[in-house]
Design a protein around this ligand. Structure first.
Ligand code: ASP
Length: 336
């Protein structure tokens, strides 16, 4: 009899320790997809992108290691990239057809399916933090323009003037794209949205993380597409298009030609294939990118599930991307 009780006790203790066992954190980021070719990249540029991606990954991973949540890690990693002028998010974002920045961002909690987003803002220093504030401190999912800015200010977020986001490089790119647009119009051929335009880089940033508690979160932040029409909103702030997270499926952040990503409900499609059809994240993401490609859309996604499986497919020439996996292995990639 005594032996049986001992056995029961040992089993219970075992279950308890198992329950307390932490999940090994994982973080995946992207810094946009597009025409990224090794032949056109100088060693300095390559180094700068590598360093910035590394900094973002490490910042997010440190949050996770210290016991922070996946939401906090996603916010942190994205903030680092928003502050870097290299990416099309926060400072250094692309400009609309009026030469103005208009930023979009979204974030989602894979445990609760809560989500938040902002669109068409240019006075909130960190759009991803504003998205998180909408999720946690309002009863809404998405706020746009002035309303979003008034809300962000009322919650104590740092505000800036629109000029904070504008860097010289983007003004030059806008001029080039506008010139090309005019040429195309004259020739009555391709539109300015033509994806073969070499200046078409989708430098949006995104992050998906898995924390010690087994919870996923995903977020995306962008300036949209160069020379976009004033008021245009892309996929990045749309839950189910540019961002989605569900612990029972996976977390996704997308980058690419937003119109196609919205029409394909890219992020939700990947999650649905994983959750409802039992596909692996690799299969689900590849099928979805193939689907977008058939429609004519170019771009990529980063995907992570609650078991720590990572996939990062794209149909563009390259995609800035990287991860730190459950074994703490870090990798940064740019090309095919
Ligand atoms: N997906 C973004 C948009 O369409 C652009 C990007 O990924 O860079 O707004």
């Amino acid at each position: 009899m005594k032996k049986i009780w001992m056995l029961v006790l040992i089993t219970l203790l075992g279950v308890e320790t198992y329950a307390q066992q932490k999940v090994r954190p994982v973080i995946v980021i992207h810094g946009g997809a597009g025409t990224i070719r090794k032949s056109e990249m100088t060693p300095e540029q390559e180094k700068a992108y590598t360093q910035a991606l590394e900094e973002a990954l490490k910042a997010g991973y440190t949050v996770l290691e210290k016991g922070g949540t996946s939401l906090e890690a996603v916010e942190k990693a994205i903030q680092v990239m928003e502050e870097s002028p290299l990416f099309n998010a926060g400072r250094g974002c692309v400009l609309n057809n009026q030469g103005q920045p208009e930023l979009d961002a979204s974030i989602m909690n894979g445990k609760t399916l809560e989500a938040g987003a902002v669109a068409g803002v240019n006075r909130i220093k960190s759009p991803i933090s504003a998205a998180k504030a909408v999720m946690q401190q309002s009863e809404h999912v998405m706020l746009v323009g002035k309303g979003a800015e008034i809300f962000a200010k009322s919650k104590g977020l740092e505000m800036v003037s629109p000029s904070y986001f504008i860097v010289e490089k983007r003004k030059k790119q806008l001029d080039k794209v506008k010139k090309k647009e005019k040429e195309n119009k004259d020739k009555n051929t391709k539109s300015q949205w033509e994806d073969t335009n070499p200046d078409r880089k989708y430098g949006t940033v995104g992050c998906v993380a898995l924390d010690q508690y087994g919870n996923l979160a995903a977020g995306t932040s962008t300036g949209g597409m160069m020379n976009k029409r004033y008021g245009r909103v892309g996929d990045a702030p749309i839950i189910g298009a540019g961002t989605y997270a569900d612990n029972n499926g996976c977390g996704i952040s997308a980058t690419g030609h937003g119109e196609y990503f919205i029409r394909s409900a890219v992020a939700f499609r990947i999650n649905a294939l994983v959750q409802m059809k039992g596909l692996s994240v690799e299969e689900a993401a590849q099928q979805t990118i193939d689907f977008v490609g058939k429609l004519g859309g170019i771009g990529g996604v980063i995907v992570l599930d609650a078991k720590g499986n990572i996939t990062m497919p794209f149909n563009s020439e390259g995609m800035y991307r990287g991860y730190i996996n459950a074994d703490k292995k870090m990798e940064i990639l740019m090309y095919k």
